[in-house]
Design a protein around this ligand. Structure first.
Ligand code: HEC
Length: 152
């Protein structure tokens, strides 16, 4: 009788442990499911910022590109060079790696981009925590710089 009793106690104990473990597993699964949601929301190839979508016309607007080149020289070339990696990345060929809207958002909204966009966050690490500077360009100025990038 005594043996049966302790066996019952043991079984109850084991069952409780089993329940707790299962519960833990279930919680873990819910957590990772919501993690995934956050990740896929963050994995927007257009980044985070004022520009939601940007489709470039097939031909380059030379006048706009020239204006963009001047802005680049004044406000960006302290950190970006078009022939090599510098304090920031070389923008040559950037549209082969990023969408036009992503580039615009990186120029217009770098603080949030390096915090929330996975690609920009990775860049910040790669560039040893030197952050991309917000040069307070207007959307039109950023668009001109983007056009300039197309000519590189
Ligand atoms: C104070 C230095 C600094 C200035 C000024 C600066 N940037 Fe940056 N930029 C960076 C750094 C550093 C990065 C790499 C990402 C990071 O570390 O946040 C970067 C990243 C970028 C990227 C992403 C590049 C890629 O390969 O994806 C773009 C686009 C960019 N900058 C454009 C500009 C433009 C346009 C200007 C001028 C309006 C400018 N930056 C001014 C430092 C700067």
């Amino acid at each position: 009788m005594k043996l049966t009793n302790s066996t019952t106690t043991l079984l109850t104990l084991l069952f409780s442990v089993f329940l707790i473990t299962c519960n833990g597993e279930a919680n873990k699964q819910t957590a990772s499911a919501s993690d995934k949601e956050v990740t896929s929301a963050e994995e927007n190839p257009d980044g985070i910022g004022p520009v939601k979508e940007l489709i470039l016309p097939p031909t380059i607007d030379e006048e706009l590109a020239q204006r963009g080149g001047e802005i680049f020289l004044n406000k960006c070339s302290a950190c970006h060079k078009t022939d090599k990696r510098f304090i920031g990345p070389n923008p040559t060929g950037i549209l082969e790696r990023r969408t036009p809207a992503w580039v615009m958002n990186m120029i217009l909204n770098p603080e949030e981009m390096v915090q929330k966009d996975p690609v920009a966050r990775q860049l910040l690490i790669e560039y040893n925590g030197a952050p991309m500077a917000n040069q307070n360009l207007t959307e039109e100025e950023a668009r001109a710089v983007l056009e300039y990038f197309r000519t590189l």
